[in-house]
Design a protein around this ligand. Structure first.
Ligand code: GDP
Ligand code: MG
Length: 296
């Protein structure tokens, strides 16, 4: 039996969460085209007969701008330290810059074995890939690079098989049927946040926190979900609600459908929009909304 932890790191929006979801085979981490989608360290667990890989999804690498992004950055840093392997995810379509090589060098200095997933090749011209691979060989970095597409599932199996071989001998850490360390309650709040990330622009989605007031399976088999959408400003609240409540109705309806898919049951969803000025700068509120650095 092989078993171990793989930290998945890289720049914001590189495609880390999407890649973990396809490798695990279930959605354990929300995805959007916007940076700062992942705020927590989330474990995605892939278990087969003869191995278990625990993927550690991280918020990505940022310049911290407020207390929340500062905490997210610390989460990424501490997650990268206590693992068996580091997978650096790089958006091939976005192009490789000096910044990526600098980051890869920095993480290599932790002396944890490492490989690079060069992702999103489905939206790249084929001829642009070999020159990037050459950049890696010219850089003198001794690192395996796997061109993949998480969206199309291209080459993902080759990467998975490679990772299995890198895992140390050991017993499973999680039970066979567990895919994440997070609760259903957490995933419900993340699904709500994902729909807001997909619908609204600029600072609005980044200033959202979700507070679940009630999450309960009722006797009639329907989940009652009651939550607050906390935003940072009164004008954000007005945009979130929209004319005659149209915007909030639309995102809530998308969220409810996804929650039902995730829970495999009907959901009765009630949402309220609240304002907490500048909560992302207030460590007490950040903790109250469920964000903290990982303990171990
Ligand atoms: N075309 C394409 N898009 C991808 C792929 N992987 C991720 N994306 C998109 O890139 C964006 C960021 O993905 P996400 O997984 O949230 O990135 P993260 O911030 O690194 O976790 C989302 O819009 C994804 O749908 C891929 O393999 N191909
Ligand atoms: Mg992510």
């Amino acid at each position: 039996m092989r078993s171990g932890y793989v930290a998945v790191i890289g720049r914001a929006n590189a495609g880390k969460s999407t890649l973990i979801n396809v490798m695990v085979g279930e959605k354990v981490s929300i995805v959007s085209p916007k940076p700062q989608t992942t705020r927590d360290r989330i474990l995605g667990v892939l278990t087969e007969e003869d191995y278990q890989i625990v993927f550690v999804d991280t918020p990505g690498i940022y310049k911290a701008r407020n207390a929340l992004t500062d905490m997210m950055m610390k989460t990424t840093e501490s997650s990268a330290r206590s693992v068996d392997f580091i997978l650096y995810v790089l958006d091939g379509h976005d192009g490789i810059g000096e910044e990526d090589f600098a980051l890869i060098r920095k993480y290599k200095s932790l002396h944890i074995p490492m490989a690079v997933a060069y992702t999103k090749i489905d939206i790249m011209l084929k001829e642009n890939i070999p020159p990037d691979m050459a950049k890696f060989s010219d850089s003198g970095l001794d690192v395996d690079v796997f061109p993949v597409s998480a969206r199309k599932g291209k080459n993902v199996n080759a990467l998975k098989e490679f990772l299995v071989k890198q895992m140390p001998e050991g017993e499973k850490v999680f039970e066979q049927d567990i895919v994440s360390d997070k609760s259903e309650r957490f995933m419900i709040s993340e699904i709500m946040r994902e729909k807001i990330l997909l619908k609204f622009d600029k600072e609005i989605p980044h200033g959202i926190a979700i507070v679940i007031n009630n999450f309960e399976l009722q006797e009639n088999g329907v989940y009652d979900v009651n939550l607050d959408i906390v935003c940072e400003r009164a004008n954000h609240k007005a945009i979130l609600i929209g004319k005659q409540g149209r915007a909030i109705k639309e995102v809530s309806s998308f969220a409810r459908q996804d929650m039902e898919k995730f829970l495999g049951a009907k959901v009765f969803l009630t949402t309220y929009v609240k304002v907490k000025e500048d909560w992302r700068d207030k460590i007490g509120l950040i903790r109250e909304y469920g964000y903290d650095e990982p303990k171990e």
